[in-house]
Design a binder for this molecule. Structure first.
Ligand code: 8YV
Length: 312
């Protein structure tokens, strides 16, 4: 059996080198149409990132593929239906990035509420000498609403408890933590939150979940934090809510059309934007790379895969 891999997207150089040393690795973006046709009989594994689009058309080019190994926990870009139909298993990198993503969630909560980036600009632009920086909004004790109480949502809750935040959530399955209130309605959650943090996984059901009504319910002092995927929010509605002052602020690590960020969200004291960096630490990216390589190695040696995606 051949041990050829096709790389659908960017992954860290260290992972690329490891895969190159162990297997025949082809980078999709460098392949000609002829080469893709020639590799059809050879490629067993598709390696993708959390942002990759591996749709039915892409998958159909590699009919011998049996594994799609995703470097990331989110696999919304992978056509799971087609993969399942074709007997392809999908693996992702859960758990090991949970802490980093939750840490960034807290960083955004603090940064937006305390206007850290605007305060830094204030100092850098030499404005301090002419007056004090405007007062910001307190974090400790604020009501936190968590949309999606999975691994990442729970990790955010653990951190928020250290800030004495009353915690509520919107989640499909029951929540056992007696300190966390679960609402059946996302609108009710938003109405009862000072800060709404989006941790839910992206899929067709959660597309556009954070819509105009939810933002209206969050209200003019409410803060929206998104560490999930841009597709979970109606980005136009977020832009409108921010520019009209219908919500109090936003901390956004993910966007609908990355790397494009709506201009209206830039250079505002009430908005902090980051370039999809939630799992972007040396430690976590190295652990993710190891897990991807281990899943691929398990596949080629006929061992059980470490982290197959389970429909959640
Ligand atoms: C990475 C991610 O940014 O895990 C995810 O779903 O979005 C990420 O951690 C991505 O996979 C790296 O390209």
């Amino acid at each position: 059996m051949s041990s050829s891999l096709v790389l659908a997207d960017k992954v860290p150089q260290t992972l690329k080198e490891k895969l190159k040393s162990d297997y025949q690795l082809y980078e999709y973006s460098r392949l000609s149409a002829d080469e893709i046709r020639r590799l059809a009989a050879e490629v067993r594994v598709i390696v993708a990132s959390g942002e990759s689009v591996v749709n039915a058309e892409f998958i159909s080019q590699f009919p011998q593929a049996k594994l799609i190994a995703v470097f990331g926990v989110g696999y919304d870009g992978i056509d799971i239906h087609t993969a399942t139909e074709k007997g392809i298993t999908v693996t992702n990198t859960p758990d090991i990035l949970t802490d980093d993503v939750a840490d960034l969630g807290m960083a955004l909560i603090l940064s937006v509420s305390r206007q850290i980036t605007a305060a830094e600009k204030f100092v850098e632009q030499g404005r301090w000498a002419s007056g004090s920086f405007p007062l910001a909004s307190k974090v400790t004790g604020k009501r936190l609403g968590i949309v999606g109480y999975g691994r990442i949502g729970k990790a955010v809750a653990r951190r928020a408890k250290g800030f004495a935040m009353p915690i509520a959530c919107f989640n499909n399955s029951p929540v056992t933590d007696p300190e966390v209130t679960r609402y059946d309605s996302l609108i009710t959650l938003a109405e009862n939150s000072d800060i709404l943090v989006v941790c839910v996984s992206a899929n067709p059901e959660t597309r556009g979940l954070i819509n105009r009504q939810v933002l209206t319910a969050l209200g003019p002092t409410g803060i929206l934090i998104n560490i999930s995927r841009g597709s979970v929010t109606d980005e136009d509605a977020v832009v409108e809510a921010i520019t009209r002052g219908e919500i109090g602020g936003a901390g956004l690590d993910v966007f609908a059309h990355e790397p494009q960020v709506p201009a209206a969200l830039l250079n505002r004291p009430d908005v902090v934007v980051t370039p999809h960096i939630a799992s972007g630490t040396h430690e976590t990216r190295a652990a993710m790379a190891t897990l991807v390589a281990d899943n691929i190695s398990a596949y080629f040696s006929g061992q059980p895969l470490l982290t197959p995606v389970i429909s959640r």
